[in-house]
Design a protein around this ligand. Structure first.
Ligand SMILES: Nc1ncnc2c1ncn2[C@@H]1O[C@H](COP(=O)(O)OP(=O)(O)OP(=O)(O)O)[C@@H](O)[C@H]1O
Ligand SMILES: [Mg+2]
Length: 460
């Protein structure tokens, strides 16, 4: 956040002021040099000998200042992240009465920030006093050398007075450049930090000759797919083969952490497979543009994310140019229309940051409505009904059944009741797909699915 707000602000300030400042300063220095030289060449050379020394010293101080600025930015970033974290997690903090600990963590980070800030001020102070000192030295040089020159008759008293006045213009200009160096440093640090974001490797991108995915039947095929998350080398699948035909309703069940969500994330290419390939209608999904691929896949995710804004805006996220009628229709089909009408401002109710003003089930139905509106040929439902009560689950299940007509649907569910009618059920464990078949076939096998099913019934 810091990088794309504060840092970029410094960069724009710098880009806006820098050219004009340097241009004006450059002209002033050249012209004052010419005027001073015309009054007295020797005196001018003496003064201009001091300028490079001054620039060298200031540059070295500047360099250290830049390092300090950079550290300061990083630390303020950390501090902001910490504050955001504690604020967003405030319910957890309160529930565990860990306010004291959060305060201490803040205190610690803030202390670090204070130290860095002190260091920055030290460099700034050194910088300021050094430049002021050089100012004084230059005046002193003019007065002393000018005095000697006047005594020796090398310069007329009137010329020396004019000279002193011109020198003060020049010194003011040099000061301006040096002061500006501080802004320059801020700008440069800002650019550096911003470029680090822009240069970050994108892991998933369009192939050079990627094509549009236009009409999709929705035949999905996994061929020898292996996958491990890029940052930890924990293998989630090894040599997984799976075929899902057009219009088929496939359900995935399995123990928590078995890789169900991961499997679904591979289809819209949130991650790329490590080995093997996934194809849709016989074409490797890496050959399609990401945009067109993702347009064809609708997902209701396990952790629903709503944007701060109104309900209408959140549903129409599925189709940006949707009309009010379309949004309402989608909400009706997702079983959300009734509760939305009961809210204070109906569809224009503000949902709060991340949808805090809605219940878990309400959020879930809004995210289902989004997918209704998007209307893609392939649908992935990751625990889409897990936050609903039995009654609304039944209602949503009906609308999901309507939604999935003629489309390829992948459903992940812990509650087996919602997947009984699937065409095919896969049991996914860390050993891969260990059982496959419809509800009756799997019960007959008396394997893992049977165990799940009977345990679930016993619990009831
Ligand atoms: N972003 C990630 N980075 C690294 N490892 C991950 C990541 N997400 C999941 N994993 C690991 O991958 C494995 C599979 O996780 P996944 O979320 O696919 O399980 P799941 O079957 O959906 O579980 P659940 O039923 O609890 O939702 C787990 O061991 C998990 O620790
Ligand atoms: Mg999951």
């Amino acid at each position: 956040m810091g990088r794309i707000t504060n840092d970029l602000f410094d960069v724009t300030e710098f880009a806006h002021h820098c050219p004009e400042e340097f241009f004006i300063a450059g002209i002033k220095i050249v012209i004052s040099f010419v005027i001073l030289a015309r009054i007295n060449v020797l005196l001018t050379l003496i003064i201009f000998v001091i300028v490079p020394v001054m620039i060298a010293v200031c540059m070295s101080l500047n360099f250290r200042m830049r390092g300090a600025f950079s550290k300061q930015r990083n630390q303020i970033g950390e501090l902001n992240a910490r504050i955001e974290d504690s604020l967003l997690g405030q319910k957890v903090v309160k529930a565990f009465t860990n306010e004291e600990m959060e305060n201490q963590k803040f205190e610690q980070d803030n202390g670090k920030f204070l130290d860095i800030k002190k260091e920055t001020y030290r460099y700034m102070a050194a910088f300021q006093t050094t430049t002021k000192m050089f100012d004084g030295v230059m005046y002193l040089a003019v007065v002393v050398a000018g005095g000697i020159f006047m005594v020796k008759g090398l310069v007329a008293p009137g010329d020396l007075v004019a000279y002193t006045l011109y020198v003060s213009t020049m010194i003011a200009t040099i000061r301006r450049i040096i002061e500006f160096a501080e802004q320059f440093q801020r700008g440069m640090t800002g650019i550096e930090r911003f470029l680090q974001i822009m240069d970050a490797d994108i892991e998933i991108f369009d192939e050079p000759d990627a094509k549009e995915m236009l009409h999709t039947e929705g035949n999905i095929r996994f061929d020898g797919v292996s996958f491990e998350y890029p940052d930890d080398h924990n293998i989630v699948f090894r040599n997984l083969n799976l075929e899902i035909r057009h219009g088929e309703k496939v359900a995935i069940v399995g123990p928590s952490g078995g890789g169900k969500t991961t499997l679904c994330n591979l289809i819209p290419r949130f991650y790329d497979v490590t080995e093997g390939k996934i194809s849709i209608d016989g074409e490797d999904i890496r050959h399609f543009t990401l945009k067109s691929l993702r347009k064809n896949v609708g997902i209701v995710q396990q952790d629903v994310y709503l944007f701060s804004g109104t309900i209408f805006e959140n549903i129409s996220y599925g189709k940006q140019d949707a009309s009010r009628e379309e949004v309402m229709e989608a909400a009706k089909r997702a079983g959300a229309h009734e509760f939305i009408l009961n809210l204070k401002d109906g569809y224009d109710t503000y949902v709060g940051e991340r949808g805090v003003k809605l219940s878990g089930g309400q959020k879930q139905r809004i995210s289902i409505a989004r997918v209704f509106l998007k209307n893609p040929p392939i649908i992935i439902l990751d625990e889409a009904t897990s936050a609903l009560d039995n009654e609304s689950e039944f209602a949503v299940a009906k609308s999901l059944a309507r939604l999935s007509e003629g489309r390829t649907t992948l459903t992940i569910a812990h509650r087996l009741s919602s997947i009984r009618n699937s065409d095919r059920i896969l049991v996914l464990t860390d050993q891969g797909i260990v059982e496959e078949g419809n509800h009756e076939q799997l019960l007959e096998r008396k394997g893992i699915y049977y165990q799940f099913y009977t345990t679930a019934n016993e619990l009831k």
